[in-house]
Design a binder for this molecule. Structure first.
Ligand SMILES: Nc1ncnc2c1ncn2[C@@H]1O[C@H](COP(=O)(O)OP(=O)(O)OP(=O)(O)O)[C@@H](O)[C@H]1O
Ligand SMILES: [Mg+2]
Length: 212
């Protein structure tokens, strides 16, 4: 099993969007997928409930209070962490994961909070020693904007160039509304956006190759 923790202390940066899109992408790809919601807001659990029964299954795990057992045979576990997470809780969730994905938005507020979060989690040994790789995802980037360029410069300075850059698209909230993800769709508009996720999936799957 490969397990991915999606985390950033900053609220609203796209953790649940990343978690649900990845979970459904793997389900569509034929993997047995579990999505663990460690956020008391339960957005990922609610998304699982909205997911149509005829779509590839994503098993929902409620980790709001405690870490529940992962179903036998799970190929990919995606963990959606809460905002305002402290180092202690991060460490607990990290024990269950092979790597961390950290979405970040372009704004100055988001960059500031993310810089602080990264410096906090770098005190955690598996992150510092890169035993559990940290992949930053630049999210809701508008190409050609100053905010987008600032975000790239900021991540370069931190030595975490993004493993993927995702554009801002209303399709994401629209799909989430129906318990769907980008990879449930086969139309041209979805396919164009799916290409942005390829480096992210490669980052995760390379990890799998390294572990085996
Ligand atoms: N790439 C994107 N394009 C457009 N909208 C996006 C994108 N990523 C996320 N969003 C939207 O931004 C909002 C916040 O995203 P999301 O809920 O995934 O963030 P979060 O980090 O899980 O928030 P919280 O900290 O509250 O758990 C949602 O309405 C989501 O649909
Ligand atoms: Mg969330």
């Amino acid at each position: 099993m490969l397990a991915i923790l999606v985390s950033n202390a900053k609220g609203g940066c796209g953790k649940t969007t990343l978690a649900t899109t990845l979970a459904s992408a793997y389900a569509v790809g034929g993997f047995k997928v579990a999505l663990a919601d460690a956020d008391p807001q339960q957005s990922a659990l609610a998304w699982c409930e909205r997911r149509p029964a005829d779509k590839p299954r994503v098993r929902a795990l409620d980790w709001g209070k405690r870490i529940a057992k992962v179903p036998k045979g799970t190929d990919r576990l995606i963990i959606d962490a809460p905002a305002a997470i402290g180092v202690a809780r991060f460490k607990t969730l990290l024990k269950m994961a092979d790597a961390v994905l950290l979405p970040v938005l372009p704004s100055a507020f988001d960059r500031g909070a993310t810089g602080r979060f990264i410096s906090h989690i770098e005190s955690v040994k598996p992150i510092r020693k890169n035993r559990k790789p940290l992949g930053v995802v630049a999210n809701m980037v508008r190409p050609g904007t100053r905010a987008g360029r600032r975000l790239m410069a900021f991540l370069d300075d931190l030595d975490y160039p993004p493993v993927a850059t995702l554009r801002a698209r209303t399709l994401y909230p629209e799909l989430a509304e129906d318990g769907l993800g980008l990879f449930d769709r086969g139309d041209k508009a979805a396919k164009i956006l799916q290409a942005e996720w390829t480096p992210l999936v490669t980052f995760i799957e390379t990890l799998g190759a390294d572990l085996s």
